[in-house]
Design a protein around this ligand. Structure first.
Ligand code: PGA
Length: 254
């Protein structure tokens, strides 16, 4: 799959089913002319109503997590087939909140990537370093470890559908964004690691998104960078007007 511009909202644990439908009614006219991919990762219970509200538009709905088994005795979990039937087309995997608050490891995240690919849910795989890791062992070591652990051995025709999201953990929800230059360096490094692991062609085609305090004011300067193919937006995606503004600024790269 060639590289494309992705504008992805991650609502986290915000917005009920009704609120999701209202939001999409407000967002749709504002992003109708966008050429990039407009994705919204909504809470499980809002997927069906969001997908209904987005039907026929250029907005795609996805989830924020999935279990790695197709079905089974896993109280409180949700499967890829359930998500798909509800209307999800993609899933965010390995978000730092899942890793730190819910104990997800590279191993389980890889299993989820494989499951999502098998069941035709497009994975958006998140990687990123903490502030301590940045100053200690180094961000690059962490990124390399995460990318290797989550993507090694996945067949070419499947791994092509993976989107990578670089989210420095110190920038998530903190208002601190990596500067465009700093983010570009990390993105270029991620692409290099993917090239070493899976080949140059896959690396060149892989869309790599930046996440961490993206706002209307900084989106465009991030996507103006050579290796930044889009954004993953948390807080600012909760407001349809701000999210649409981010989409337009990212498209015009300003
Ligand atoms: P933020 O979150 O935009 O609120 O920093 C980003 C994310 O968690 O994906």
């Amino acid at each position: 799959m060639p590289r494309e511009l992705y504008i992805v909202g991650n609502w986290k644990m915000y917005k009920t089913a009704r609120e999701a439908a209202d939001y999409i009614a407000q967002l749709e006219p504002r992003v109708r002319n966008c050429k990039g991919k407009i994705y919204l990762a909504v809470p499980f219970t809002s997927i069906a109503s969001a997908a209904r509200a987005a039907k026929g538009s250029n907005i795609s709905i996805g989830a924020q997590n999935v279990h790695d088994a197709r079905e089974g005795a896993f109280t409180g979990e949700i499967s890829s087939l359930m998500l798909k039937e509800a209307g999800a087309e993609f899933v965010i995997l390995g978000h730092s909140e899942r890793r730190t608050l819910f104990g997800e490891t590279d191993f389980t995240i890889r299993e989820k990537v494989v499951r999502a690919l098998q069941d035709d849910l497009q994975p958006i795989l998140c990687v990123g370093e903490t502030l301590e890791e940045r100053s200690g062992a180094g961000a690059q070591e962490v990124l390399k470890r995460q990318i290797h652990a989550c993507l090694a051995g996945i067949p070419t025709e499947d791994v092509e559908r993976v989107v990578l999201a670089y989210e420095p953990i110190w920038a998530i929800g903190t208002g601190k964004t990596a500067s465009p230059k700093m983010a570009q360096e990390s993105h270029a490094y991620c692409r290099l690691v993917v090239a070493e692991l899976l080949g140059k062609k896959i690396a060149e085609h892989m869309s790599i998104l930046y996440g961490g305090s993206v706002k209307p004011e900084n989106g465009g300067s991030l996507t103006a960078q050579k290796d930044i193919d889009g954004v993953l937006v948390g807080g600012a995606s909760l407001d349809p007007e701000a999210f649409a503004e981010i989409a337009h600024n990212c498209e015009s790269k300003q």
